[in-house]
Design a binder for this molecule. Structure first.
Ligand code: ADP
Ligand code: 5GP
Length: 192
């Protein structure tokens, strides 16, 4: 495994603002970040592009990836919906000397940190409250009410993982959360 690039793990309950924060820092040249495009069996949302936001796979294709040892980790994040980090993504990014940024669920985040140790920094993004989270999911308007309820119901459990992460950032004021996250990554990648 190439070892020149580092791993940045970003986890949070769905709707907290991970994608928004990642979107605001991904092109910062000082951070040399590249997004690790996960595999998933869920359907694309409007505007999502295969190979850009996710590699959208059938359940059969996902099972093949597991059987061929193609995944660093995977989780059934919601019933019947699998998500996994592809080994080929991490290798592709690290071979260029870039730092891989992973938007993955809390269990995946803890597992990847355990695997990569000091070569990874795990950051947990916290919502100001569960009610704010529900409001954000409702205003994002990308999921059905059932899916939103499922995500909110899971959030309290996911929050119990926050202290298993290296760092925590509260996403209340977005600009502040972006700057805090950017600074945490900068401090980490500057370390030898
Ligand atoms: P995640 O990737 O964690 O599921 P998103 O980045 O999609 O979450 O954010 C969920 C919704 O909340 C989006 O509509 C986004 O614009 C909004 N949002 C993100 N951060 C904030 C914030 N600090 N204040 C208000 N709304 C926010
Ligand atoms: P969404 O359906 O909103 O894109 O993502 C749902 C959840 O799956 C989020 O918490 C997201 O971080 C997580 N996720 C995305 N990719 C991966 C992955 O490769 N592995 C794991 N474990 N979780 C992932």
């Amino acid at each position: 495994m190439a070892n020149n690039g580092k791993l940045i793990i970003i986890s949070a309950p769905s709707g907290t603002g991970k994608s928004t924060i990642i979107g605001r820092i991904i092109d910062d040249p000082a951070l040399r970040l590249e997004f690790s495009i996960s595999a998933t069996t869920r359907s694309p949302r409007e505007g999502e592009v295969n190979g850009v936001h996710y590699h959208f796979l059938s359940v059969e294709e996902f099972k093949d990836a597991i059987a061929n040892d193609g995944l660093v980790e995977y989780e059934e994040v919601y019933p019947g919906r699998f998500y996994g980090t592809l080994k080929s993504e991490i290798a592709r990014i690290q071979e260029k000397g870039n730092n891989a940024i992973l938007d993955i669920d809390v269990k995946g985040g803890v597992n990847v940190k355990r695997m990569y140790g000091d070569n990874a920094r795990s950051i947990f993004i916290m919502p100001p409250s569960i009610e704010t989270l529900r409001q954000r999911l409702l205003s994002r308007a990308t999921d059905s009410i059932e899916a939103i309820n499922q995500r909110v119901d899971k959030a309290a459990f996911e929050l119990t993982f926050s202290d298993k992460f290296d760092k925590q950032v509260v996403n209340d004021d977005l600009d502040k959360a972006v700057e805090e996250t950017r600074q945490l990554i900068l401090d980490f990648i500057k370390q030898p």
